[in-house]
Design a protein around this ligand. Structure first.
Ligand code: LHQ
Length: 264
């Protein structure tokens, strides 16, 4: 199905879809139209059973420079705007949507990822960074605090010291360091970024969608659960997995020494 998007590109492929942020002259900064089009693209992916993984990347030399600051200058005499409202309307639902989506979300970070653009990239389940990419918690430089999930994701992936230093200085972290620190899954050569990200998306597309969804739910829930609650959740989700046809197909394929076919 064709989509008339202006600020993004939406390209379904074999078992997955690629969403490209497409405002390269602004380093793919978010505006309201891009948020609306992202929502529509995610709706399209969710509605299409052939799309079982989603890849986000950026057009041009940047991944995303966060909020379009051109939209944020006050005119003469205009009182302060409610910056929290933009988060509540656009960014918070986006992060929750990606984390709650019943399919793996991959970010392919092709260049600079700053402010909300950095934290949007990190809201993906698996993040690939091109070697030339860099990450910046740019908020502090313009007198803002961390948003778009950064205050949640950063201490969990980096630990408190590195999260604090990263957010409070606004200094960039290069892709290789990001991978060493566990901010992203892998740092890869620039020219293999899309091959790596789409290769994994295609692999996910052929795997058990039930298993991937339940793994995502389980690992996400562990961030706030104690061990007893998490063990109970594991049992509950494994019960759900055990009832789904994918499990029987997985066992049969193993015993018959063939690749499982989860999407006949
Ligand atoms: C931009 C932007 C941009 C517009 C580059 N906007 N044009 C949420 C809700 C409510 C309120 C506010 O905020 C938020 C969340 C946030 O995301 S706050 C943080 C917003 N982002 C930033 O503060 C980052 C601003 N950008 C930068 O610091 C630099 O551009 C970085 C470090 C990302 C890249 O630097 P360079 O590689 O040197 O590129 P550049 O600065 O030359 O940018 C290239 C062009 O992109 C340039 O336009 P021009 O017409 O001069 O070529 C920039 O103006 C434009 N651009 N970021 N966020």
């Amino acid at each position: 199905m064709a989509h008339d998007f202006e600020t993004i590109l939406y390209e379904p492929a074999d078992g997955y879809a690629v969403v490209t942020l497409n405002r390269p002259d602004k380093l793919n900064a978010f505006n309201d139209q891009m948020h609306a089009e992202l929502r529509a693209a995610i709706d399209a992916a969710e509605a299409d059973t052939a799309v079982r993984a989603l890849v986000f990347t950026g057009a041009g030399r940047g991944f995303c420079a966060g909020q379009d600051l051109g939209d944020r200058v006050l005119s003469e005499g205009e009182g302060p705007r409610d910056t929290g409202a933009g988060l509540e309307a656009n960014y918070n639902p986006l992060v929750l949507r990606l984390r709650g989506l019943a399919m793996p979300v991959i970010s392919a970070i092709n260049g600079v990822a700053a402010g909300a653009g950095c934290n949007f990239a990190l809201a993906a389940d698996i993040a690939f960074a091109a070697r030339s990419a860099r990450f910046i918690q740019a908020f502090v430089k313009i007198g803002l605090t961390v948003d778009c999930g950064g205050s949640y994701f950063l201490p969990r992936s980096l630990g408190s010291q590195r999260a604090m230093g990263f957010a409070m200085t606004g200094d960039p972290i290069e892709a290789e360091q990001a991978a060493d620190w566990g901010l992203v899954w892998k740092c890869v050569d620039d020219d293999t970024l899309m091959e790596e990200a789409c290769g994994l998306a295609a692999r996910f597309g052929a795997m058990s969608s039930v298993a991937l969804d339940l793994i995502k739910r389980s690992i996400n829930a562990s961030a706030t659960n104690d061990i007893a609650t998490q063990l109970a959740l594991e049992a509950e989700l494994q019960r759900e997995a055990g009832k789904a046809p994918d499990y029987q197909e997985g066992i049969r394929a193993f015993l018959e020494k063939r690749a499982p076919n989860y999407h006949p």
